[in-house]
Design a protein around this ligand. Sequence first.
Ligand SMILES: [Zn+2]
Length: 259
Amino acid sequence: MSERIRMVITVKAYPAISNKYGEVVCVAGIRIDVEPYSWVRLWPVPFRELHFDQRFSKYDIIEIEVDSSTDSRPESVRPNLDSLQILQGKRLPPGGPWPKRRPVVEPLLIDSMCQLQQQQRVDGTSLGVFRPAEVTDLVIEDDTDEWKPGQSGKASQSSLFFPNKGVLEKIPCRFKYRYRCSDPQCRGHEQSIVDWEIAESYRNWRSRYPDEATLRAKIKQKYFEQMCDPKRDTAFFAGNMHLHPEAFLILGVFWPMKI
Ligand SMILES: [Zn+2]
């Protein structure tokens, strides 16, 4: 059954190639038209095929019609993208301790990654946000894999209606946070961060830092030293993978200054 929802976008991952849907983006956020606020994942979203005035950013508020999804994850809904509307002038700004964003995100905070994994085994929960106890590193690994067989064609194929969208670039490295969560039994986590923003930093900063080692050091400076600084109330948005529900990824970082 179709319903129109209002949500704050909190997560937008770098596009991935789905065998079934082609190039799609994991988009998730928080429904603010229900009490209590709740997670919602829009799937699938071929983001680069959206009209320019529909290309939302993180912390935009959008309204959209959704249907129940064939994706088994309980938070997922199927978006009717023609109905997508960004509410103009409503984007939640950052500003120091992020006073407009905290009241939306903080009610959904859970204790830890270990708790989210336990919850996933009980009821399939597939999205969460938590404050890591200690982030020890951002590891940047080479990722020289090409798109998997059958995917490269799709990655470079312009669709009939969007002939100019360009080839989706495969980023030649993986970014992983290494951290401990606050569960007393935690044995530590190392999970990829798949936020579109970190991939865009890599692409955009290349011209400024043509030397690969310097480029990676700059990425680490922002995404580890700055965003995980003890002066910030850093939290990780996490979600699992459609086909591997036990495997969680970091989808984005919430990093306001401490109050
Ligand atoms: Zn843990």
